[in-house]
Design a protein around this ligand. Structure first.
Ligand code: NAD
Length: 258
């Protein structure tokens, strides 16, 4: 049996749950070997569930806020599987950061260190391995928060807009080294991060929150993590060999502005 990612080796940060986990599952099903990098204890169990043999999916405890830990995850790909073709810089957190709150600066730091510095570290480690080897694919998880006002989460929207900008800059910088760099912008997706927003948005429960978002989506329903994983699988594959510097929305037509 052959798959579109046969022979490829990927590192997926935030691979322990939600979109990242679905991406690890999809990449493995498409033939890739994967380093699942996450800081959560539960992520080791996720890797073992996806590949009980441990031959194709390995867990590496990684806090993306720390460059040395991110680089270690990429080195595990090299040591264990001999190469690194695909990086998915996906780990993220959501926090308020509203300017009038006492903890605004702390929340800004938290979001920036994970969502921006974490992606930066992943891009650096990926370029270091891919450039001497003739290329690769870097995929960064941004958000539709990069495109629309995010009044309850200004720091998050800022961070995700930065990810899109970094993606475009790196696509331009490294295209001639054979490295494609793209961003995926999920809309409202059924995962832990989305549920965590319930409190910040003063919503009574998750169903209310989903209703508020789906009302502004052309498809009228939430996005599932597997649907975003499909976008990553496409962008990682040769089918997307001419695609770089893209910001691909997987958002069901999310248009909060009306
Ligand atoms: P999730 O909470 O299910 O997954 C996030 C993962 O990142 C978790 O496994 C968590 O352990 C990991 N993580 C968090 N901080 C980390 C750190 N410092 N180091 C390593 N791992 C860390 O949520 P998700 O929705 O799957 O989030 C994945 C990405 O998708 C995030 O970048 C998020 O901002 C983005 N996103 C999500 C939505 C949505 O509606 N769910 C929308 C747009 C963008």
């Amino acid at each position: 049996m052959t798959g579109p990612l046969d022979g490829r080796v990927a590192v997926v940060t935030g691979g322990g749950s939600g979109i990242g986990r679905a991406t690890v599952e999809r990449f493995a099903a498409d033939g890739a070997r994967v380093v699942l990098a996450d800081y959560a204890d539960s992520a080791a169990g996720a890797a073992a569930e996806i590949d009980p043999s441990g031959a194709r999916v390995v867990f590496q405890r990684t806090d993306v806020r720390h460059a040395d830990q991110v680089d270690r995850a990429f080195q595990v790909a090299m040591d264990r599987f001999g190469r690194c073709d695909i990086a998915v810089n996906n780990a993220g957190v959501i926090a308020g950061g509203s300017l009038h709150e006492d903890d605004a600066d702390d929340e800004f730091d938290q979001v920036w260190r994970v969502c921006v510095a974490g992606v930066w570290h992943g891009c650096r480690s990926a370029v270091a391995r891919m450039r001497p080897n003739g290329g690769g694919v870097i995929l960064n998880t941004a958000s539709t928060a990069a495109l629309w006002p995010t009044p309850a989460f200004p720091a998050y929207g800022l961070a995700k807009a930065a990810v899109v900008h970094l993606t475009r800059s790196l696509a331009a910088a490294y295209g001639r080294d054979g490295i494609r760099v793209n961003a995926v912008l999920p809309g409202p997706t059924r995962t832990g991060i989305f549920a965590a927003a319930t409190g910040d948005l003063d919503m009574a429960d998750l169903a209310d929150l989903e209703q508020r978002y789906t009302a502004t989506m052309s498809l009228g329903r939430m996005i599932e993590p597997e649907e975003t994983a499909s976008a990553f699988a496409y962008l990682a594959s040769d089918a997307a060999r001419s695609v770089t510097g893209a910001a691909l929305q997987i958002d069901g037509g999310f248009r909060p502005g009306g």
